[in-house]
Design a protein around this ligand. Structure first.
Ligand code: 4AD
Ligand code: MG
Length: 497
């Protein structure tokens, strides 16, 4: 059995490919079948005068997503998808698919989400999953190559890590249990056993708002390192992100091309990531530069809307007399324009809200999604914002020894408006201070007994962070929404398929 990616090693040979019909074009005495086998696409040419009559008849009767095995000679052809095509001699039909719901015409995102189990077969979705896989593989290589041990944190837990408002509660043999929000606390215990560890697992947050950044189930990678302070932690996060992006650029150029990803910002990954304090971030948000950015944004949207409005009448006029293929093209374009209008209208509604949030930011306020967007639009590499107000950060964060109002936490924000992809920091290692924080946060002391033990028996400075896999995939792929970054997204209002 040969796969399409392997065809380059088989030029001139006869091979059999197994897959599905991605696209079919029939002409006089000839059928062009684009085969999809999971590894790639390949054009298979079935000429009536080259095959048995039964084979040609079978080929003519194929439909989108029918399952087939195709035998033929591999011919190098630069113009063909993937650089090779198959001159067919034999065809076996495994199953004929009837009325596959996802057609070349443009579909609304709700329809596609309902058909996620099938949508995964489409080119763009395929490319996203390939890149997701590359990122996962790069993360493992990065940590394994640096002496980290991968360990797994439990998913059922007895306590909150990241605040109590986003806990999923479940019944655990008549006891309350929660789905984990983060493996960090367990990671700290494991780091005291192995020095440097990372967890890689699903985490859960009952996020009750629909945003393009939030899932209720997402995958987090959480390294935890003994004898590491905040600057060392930031070095690891920066090196890791540089490694991930470099590997994707090197190994997934085809997939990035399918997505139409602008590579210039990804290529900036070799530059050092600016490290700014929270205080500097607030100064930047309340500055003239942010005000100007918003004004430009508004003007750009107005110009875009006007250009699209000007395009519409000609399209609508052409539609009346258009032939079948062109008609689908025009309808798709019109649908695209209308969808973009909705986005632009939403931006018009949002811009004043974003402006108010950013320009009126006071020291001590948390940075919201739009603040992060506005901040990261002003950089062309990821940035690290550190030294947040301790009042808005988790109980476990160590505070600046010289300034109790500041926590030694860090967020990595992705450029191009993507915002937070990593959250982490240095942990409080003093037993007394940690107890004080647990009481201040009114957390149940008894369930944290084991965690406090870590401060009784060989407590050391230590740090770590959590990388959100889906947000990282969204940024690297240049996607607007995290829903396309995971095979079966779970979010508010979506549990199926
Ligand atoms: O910033 P967070 O909440 O940090 C923690 O959970 C720490 N305990 C991690 C640690 O230090 N070990 O979450 C970490 C990252 C975020 O930066 C974001 O990328 C992602 O997890 N994330 C989400 N991704 C998708 N949907 C959500 N609802 C997310 N919430 C957080
Ligand atoms: Mg965070």
């Amino acid at each position: 059995m040969t796969t399409i990616t392997e065809l380059k090693h088989h030029a001139g040979a006869t091979v059999t490919l197994n897959g599905w019909v991605y696209n079919l074009r029939t002409g006089k005495g000839i059928v062009f079948l684009i085969l999809r086998d999971g590894s790639g696409l390949c054009q298979c040419v079935i000429a009536q005068d080259q095959v048995d009559e039964a084979v040609f008849l079978a080929a003519e009767g194929l439909t989108q997503e029918s399952a087939v095995s195709v035998t033929g000679t591999v011919v190098a052809d630069e113009r063909s998808v993937g650089g090779h095509e198959l001159h067919v001699t034999g065809l076996t039909v495994h199953q004929i698919a009837v009325d596959y719901p996802i057609t070349p015409k443009e579909h609304g995102v709700e329809f596609l989400m309902e058909n996620r189990h099938l949508w995964l077969r489409s080119q763009r979705q395929w490319a996203v999953m390939r890149i997701r896989n590359e990122i996962i593989w790069a993360i493992h290589r990065f940590f394994q190559g640096r002496g980290f041990v991968q360990m797994d944190a439990p998913i059922f837990t007895g306590n909150a890590v990241e605040g109590t408002s986003t806990l999923f509660e479940t019944d655990y043999f008549d006891q309350k249990a929660y789905l984990t929000q983060s493996g960090q606390l367990y990671g700290e215990a494991m780091a005291m056993a192995h020095g440097k560890i990372y967890t890689f697992g699903p985490t859960f947050r009952a996020e009750k708002s629909k945003t393009r950044r939030h899932l209720t189930e997402f995958w987090m990678i959480e390294p935890e390192m003994a004898f590491h302070d905040l600057p060392m932690n930031m070095d690891v996060a920066e090196d890791m992100m540089r490694f991930i992006v470099t590997e994707v650029l090197a190994n997934r150029p085809e997939e990035l091309k399918i997505l139409g990803r602008d590579l210039s910002v990804l290529r900036n990954i070799t530059k050092p990531f600016p490290r700014i304090t929270y205080t500097e971030a607030v100064e930047r948000l309340t500055s003239e530069a942010t005000d100007r950015l918003l004004t430009t944004m508004e003007e750009e949207r107005k110009a875009e809307k006007a250009a699209l409005e000007a395009e519409l009448p000609a399209l609508e006029k052409e539609l009346g007399g258009a032939k079948k293929f062109r008609k689908v093209q025009i309808e798709n374009r019109i649908r695209e324009i209308r969808a973009r209008f909705e986005e632009i209208e939403e931006d018009f509604r949002n811009i004043p809200v974003w402006r108010k949030s950013a320009l009126e930011k006071k020291w001590g306020d948390d940075l919201g999604g739009s603040d992060e967007t506005l901040l990261t639009m002003q950089y062309d590499t990821p940035i690290m914002v550190w030294g947040y107000p301790s009042a808005i950060k988790a109980f476990y964060m160590k505070r600046d020894p010289d300034n109790d109002a500041i926590a030694l936490g860090v967020d990595m924000l992705a450029p191009e408006g993507y915002g937070e992809i990593i959250g982490g920091g240095q942990r409080e290692e003093s037993l007394d201070l940690l107890l004080e924080r647990i009481r201040e946060h009114e957390l149940p002391e008894e369930v944290f007994g084991w965690y406090l033990d870590l401060r009784k028996y060989g407590s050391v400075p230590h740090s770590g962070f959590g990388l959100g896999l889906e947000r990282t995939v969204a940024w690297i792929c240049g996607l607007k929404h995290v829903r396309e970054t995971i095979p079966f997204p779970r979010m508010l209002g979506r549990l199926h398929p």
